[in-house]
Write a protein that binds this ligand. Structure first.
Ligand code: SAM
Length: 280
């Protein structure tokens, strides 16, 4: 079925845009996602002062639009849902298994982790709370976290590290007291992540579709790549995980989201628990 209304995506515009988005980001947009894509792109049309999707497509695929518009388009297309302490059993596993094992094997070593697909920062900052707590109990331990995402807009929010107060309700009180600063403006209550945590996390843009992840240091102890692969098809998932594995040290851990399965994929990984893997 084709639409005539210019503010609605026609079949051919949808097909053109969804295959372009797939090639650029790996994000699969089947026909059921058409209304979602239309709503999200209407925001770009308004921002650019355009009336029709035809005008928008002409701009996107022109020299004038080019790379800058691709970045803005991917900002609105990506789904950024995240939370502090999302899937909390993963953070228990890090505290109770991964960190004691690391200290046993390498006392005094630097623990380096990557939050891959970090969205607005809740995941890497939660990880930093956990690693910082461990460091307080083990003063020879130290850590750093790299956090990357496709969306430049969401990365800016992550760097700002300011969150509505209700977002941090799930953070245990003793961590809130140590690692969060409350805004003075009680009309619009927000919190900011404390500098001692912010300085441990560095953010950068990385597209999982890049040919290799050379900008990421190798020999990482831990990669968290959660709730990202669900947007990709299986072949893309397998390619991405193989590239992630090149950045892990032998025996390093990869943690995926709870609904993500890598069963029957050809990967240098061994399962430790559901969604938790080790590099062979
Ligand atoms: C649903 S969020 C998950 C955030 C966090 N990992 C969590 O589990 O709470 C998915 C993130 O993956 C990012 N993403 C999607 N496609 C990507 C790609 N090709 N390269 C890098 N990041 C991508 C999105 O921008 C989004 O912020």
């Amino acid at each position: 079925m084709s639409y005539n209304n210019s503010q609605e995506l026609s079949d051919s515009e949808f097909n053109q845009l969804s295959s372009f988005i797939y090639n650029e980001s790996g994000i699969k947009l089947p026909p059921v996602k058409r209304v979602m894509l239309q709503c999200r792109l209407q925001k770009r049309l308004r921002e650019l002062g355009m009336d029709t999707f035809k005008e928008y497509c002409d701009y996107l695929f022109s020299r004038a639009g080019g790379d800058a518009e691709i970045i803005s388009m991917l900002d609105v297309v990506s789904t950024n849902k995240t939370d502090f302490f999302r899937e909390p059993t993963h953070f228990d596993f890090i505290s109770n298994e991964i960190l004691p094992e690391f200290m046993h094997g390498k006392p005094g070593g630097q623990f380096t982790a990557w939050s891959a697909g970090c969205s607005s920062g809740e995941e890497p900052y939660t990880l930093a709370f956990v690693l910082n707590e461990f460091m307080m109990a083990h003063p020879t331990f130290s850590y750093s976290i790299l956090a990357t995402d496709l969306s430049t807009q969401i990365l800016q929010q992550a760097v700002n590290a300011i969150y509505a107060e209700e977002k941090v309700d799930v953070v245990p009180m003793h961590l809130r007291q140590k690692y969060l600063l409350r805004s003075k403006d009680r009309q619009k209550p927000t919190v900011r992540i404390a500098p001692l945590i912010r300085q441990r996390v560095s953010f950068g843009r990385l597209n999982f579709m890049d040919s290799s992840y050379a900008s990421i240091q190798g020999n990482l102890q831990l990669i968290m790549c959660r709730n990202v692969l669900i947007y990709f098809d299986r072949a893309t998932q397998e390619k991405v995980i193989n590239k992630l594995c090149t950045r892990l040290m032998p025996n390093g851990y990869l943690i995926l989201g709870h609904s993500e399965s890598i069963m029957n994929m050809n990967l240098p990984l061994q399962q430790v628990k559901p969604t938790i893997y080790r590099k062979i």
